[in-house]
Design a protein around this ligand. Structure first.
Ligand SMILES: O=C(O)CCC(=O)C(=O)O
Ligand SMILES: [Fe+2]
Length: 215
């Protein structure tokens, strides 16, 4: 009898067990969805690091209009800024690179988003369409870190996987979409649902297939 075994695709995230030991912090693996790989991580950022990222970005959101202008975008109504390089950000990026198992030069840079009640990020892919220029060095994986506890709403949802991740300060969700099987990549469709009460702050790192920035 012929066996119909389907080979599991290779993953970028090669951490086994329930912990990831990085140079400066021990990360906890709390939940995994196997294909596409979606991993919920605990103890990614300290409370102080979360607070510092929020304060650093709050000032910059206020100073620059860039973030606020984006509120005209109907897909993503939150406002966002890319972080400038500070000592804390360099330390966090080093950790992120170890978690994501990709050199930090492949990253788009750390982007902080703020959602106020009613704001959301509608279902989308983090990779670019094959027809776009940006897809020549496309994104392959994402880490969304939660910088605060949200009173109500603001879950990161994967509608095609029936999976919801609730934001909690210092935790993160990782997922990847570099699979040969494009259907698997397409099942990483995700959204940040509307915040109902309170604010929601996240920091996102997107990784590219090849070097993206010089550092
Ligand atoms: O805010 C969220 O929960 C999701 C953020 C997101 O999808 C992104 O930054 O690409
Ligand atoms: Fe996204």
């Amino acid at each position: 009898m012929k066996m119909h075994t389907t080979e599991k695709e290779q993953t970028i995230f090669d951490h086994a067990g329930n912990r990831i030991k990085t140079d400066n912090r021990e990360i906890r693996i709390l939940a995994r969805y196997e294909e596409p790989l979606v991993v919920v991580l605990g103890n990614v950022l300290s409370d102080d690091e979360c607070d510092e990222l929020i304060e650093h970005s709050r000032e910059r959101l206020q100073r620059s209009k860039i973030g606020e202008d984006r509120s005209l975008n109907s897909i993503r109504t939150s406002s966002g800024v890319f972080c400038e390089q500070t000592e804390t950000i360099t330390r966090i990026e080093k950790r992120i690179s170890q978690i994501m198992n990709i050199p930090i030069e492949h990253g788009d840079g750390l982007q902080v988003l703020r959602y106020t009640p009613g704001q959301e990020y509608k279902p989308h892919y983090d990779f670019f369409a094959e027809t776009s220029r940006a897809s020549m060095n496309n994104r392959i994986s994402t880490l969304v870190m939660y910088l605060n506890d949200v009173e109500q709403g603001g879950e990161t949802v994967f509608p095609l996987l029936n999976l919801s991740v609730f934001p909690a300060k210092g935790m993160a969700v990782y997922f990847e979409y570099f699979y040969q099987n494009h259907e698997l990549n397409k099942s990483t469709l995700h959204a940040g649902t509307q915040v109902i009460h309170g604010e929601k702050w996240v920091a996102t790192m997107w990784m590219r297939r090849q070097n993206f920035r010089v550092s």
